[in-house]
Ligand binder design. Structure first.
Ligand SMILES: *Cc1c(COP(=O)(O)O)cnc(C)c1O
Length: 381
């Protein structure tokens, strides 16, 4: 029997050596590794500015804080996403206004955005769901018409392009995650990319206490001023050292993901009892974060039996995401929204099974997943 993990960090000798090198030196924060990682990530995404942070959640919080969004403001956000996308809005005291997903891609249903815009709306937050870019040609006119800020959650969209431009560069900024099972890892870590120079410089300060000068800029050590409120959301040199090495491998990781995804898509297209998201869209390249299968109504009630069969036979699964955010207890208690507002987000959460395509797996693993899934269906029939 195979053992196919849903996600596995691809840490090699290069990453280990690089961390050891940092540990043997005497700069653990504020050093050249974080700076170089920013430069390299900026180059790779073709972004003029990149800001390393301690996580994607920290990046998102920093974004709303920097943009001055807060109490009394509303932010439009997809109901189908990681809770961090929404928590970041709550952190600054603003109100999330949830919009359902479209079933074609799992992305926010753009047709349902404008009806939610009020005079309190300050921003739209989008998530490029499972690496499939949101249709930016359709979204941007709405953002511009209503003069809104746009925050892109690109946590699972490293390598996603729309009309040749990396996601994260359409709005005010884009936030990335280097959590272990994402496209690549730094242990924990995040990155913000932006076209806006002022925003970049300002956020660099706000992620480090609001101190007005970096170590290099200090004429006398330990002497500085603080001219704004700020967090400690820096990325350490240890994390950045891992990131630099991982980034060198991302092109090969993405290639394997694409091929694995292609095999699963081909195999699963022939299974009647399920629906799939679109594999591709015009004008876009997706990053193939994972492969999600939506069980049709007849077999959806057997979802946990199927998951159990897959797991027992060595196929790791996950759920992106386990509930629409308004149905997590915290949000349910706070806002008490009618679940019928989010039928597509519910379908994705409650009828979906996410399967792995990561670079730790090969084409034989993919064929094994397809066969095992078919066997699982037979076992419930
Ligand atoms: C994982 C994830 C996050 C959180 O990223 P961290 O780096 O763990 O803070 C945010 N948004 C989405 C869409 C995610 O999948």
């Amino acid at each position: 029997m195979r053992s196919i993990k849903f996600g596995k960090p691809m840490i090699g000798k290069e990453e280990i050596d690089s961390v050891v090198e940092v540990l043997n030196g005497d700069i653990l924060v504020h050093g050249p590794k974080a700076k170089n990682f920013e430069i390299n990530f900026g180059k790779w995404t073709n972004s003029p500015f990149a800001i390393s942070t301690s996580s994607c959640t920290a990046s998102l919080h920093l974004a709303y804080f920097h943009l001055g969004i807060g109490k009394g403001d509303e932010v439009i956000v997809p109901a189908q996403t990681h809770v961090a996308t929404v928590h970041a809005i709550e952190f600054v005291g603003a109100t999330p206004i949830f919009v359902d997903a479209e079933l074609e891609t799992g992305n926010i249903d753009i047709d349902k955005i404008e009806e939610k815009i009020t005079n309190k709306t300050k921003a739209i937050s989008i998530v490029h769901f499972l690496g499939m870019p949101v249709r930016m040609d359709k979204l941007m006119p709405i953002v511009e018409k209503h003069n809104l800020k746009l925050i892109e959650d690109c946590a699972i969209a490293i390598g996603s392009y729309y009309q040749g431009k990396h996601v994260g560069l359409f709005g005010d900024l884009g936030c990335f995650s280097f959590y272990p099972v994402k496209h690549f890892t730094t242990g924990e870590g995040g990155m913000i990319i932006t076209n806006d120079e002022d925003l970049a410089h300002n956020m660099q300060k706000k992620k480090a206490f609001g101190v007005d000068r970096t170590h290099k800029e200090r004429k006398i050590p330990g002497i500085y001023d603080v001219n704004m409120l700020g967090f400690n959301y820096r990325m350490s040199e240890l994390h950045a050292a891992i990131g630099i090495e991982q980034l060198k491998k991302i092109d090969s990781f993405l290639k394997i993901r694409e091929e694995n995804y292609r095999i699963l898509h081909e195999g699963f297209s022939k299974i009647d009892e399920i629906n799939l998201f679109k594999a591709n869209q015009t004008n876009s390249i997706q990053s193939h974060y994972c492969f999600t299968v939506l069980l049709n109504k007849k077999i959806a009630k057997y979802r946990f039996d199927i998951v159990d069969y897959l797991n027992k036979n060595g196929v790791g699964t996950s759920n992106y995401y386990p509930r629409p955010v308004p149905e997590f207890s915290f949000y349910k208690e706070k806002y008490n929204l009618d679940f019928r507002l989010f039928p597509n987000a519910r379908r994705i959460s409650y009828d979906g099974i996410s399967l792995p395509v990561g670079p730790h797996l090969n084409s034989q693993d993919m064929r094994y997943i397809i066969t095992t899934f078919k066997n699982a269906l037979n076992s419930i029939n």
